[in-house]
Design a protein around this ligand. Structure first.
Ligand code: FES
Length: 219
């Protein structure tokens, strides 16, 4: 014989197992599980973008720390010292002693908030020496309006073809077109990176200057 009370109880348990939303003893446990899962997913949804965003903004600082404050990072070795002198690829012994100028490309590191590029061409200079005299360096940008100053072998001078500015080989302007002399640059002679007047390494403090002004103003 079937006990009606037992039969009703079995029927209720079966119903709660199969019908969604049916109230019964499993419902609170399942609900807790869903809430925990939802909470966890919500935390992940907030934490992941926040962490990535934080890393993105901290990246320049982290990189600087990693590179020791500006001298490292990226690939290759910086050729610039803390005073701003850049080691050139040419050495004193290859500069003609007869005073003929030599054009040299200057490489420097370029850095913005997010990237650092090693040894990028940043300009060109004229170098010359006479006998055992000092190395002279001039920025090749014309102080008139910024064209490139060339060496004219026949006239043995510097000349800018844009508006005919002319300069002697010591950088002094030789006509009235340019507002000032060519921009001379500071030079340091070194051996193995150490100051040495008789050294063969040429280091130049490369700067650009405002154009079309009589004053030599670094920019
Ligand atoms: S830019 Fe050189 S002469 Fe004008």
């Amino acid at each position: 014989m079937t006990d009606p009370a037992t039969s009703e109880s079995v029927s209720t348990v079966a119903c709660c197992g199969d019908v969604p939303g049916c109230a019964g003893p499993d419902t609170p446990r399942r609900s807790l599980l869903v809430q925990a899962l939802t909470g966890f997913l919500s935390i992940l949804l907030v934490a992941i973008p926040s962490t990535l965003g934080g890393l993105f903004f901290l990246d320049p600082i982290l990189r600087k720390k990693k590179s020791g404050g500006g001298g490292g990072g990226g690939t290759g070795v910086s050729r610039k010292d803390e005073q701003g002198f850049i080691r050139l690829d040419v050495t004193r012994d290859v500069i003609p002693a007869d005073g003929t100028p030599v054009s040299v490309t200057v490489f420097d590191d370029i850095e913005d908030a997010w990237n650092r590029f090693r040894n990028v061409p940043v300009g060109s200079i004229w170098l010359r020496k006479v006998g055992d005299g000092p190395i002279l360096a001039f920025n090749s940008v014309c102080p008139h309006l910024g064209c490139s100053v060339n060496y004219r072998r026949a006239e043995n001078d510097f000349f800018c073809p844009c508006h005919t500015s002319a300069f002697s080989l010591d950088g002094a302007k030789s006509n009235e077109v340019p507002p000032r002399d060519m921009d001379a640059l500071e030079v340091a002679m070194r051996t193995a990176g150490q100051d040495d007047a008789a050294g063969n390494e040429i280091w130049v403090k490369f700067l650009n200057f405002r154009r079309a002004t009589a004053e030599k103003t670094p920019i």
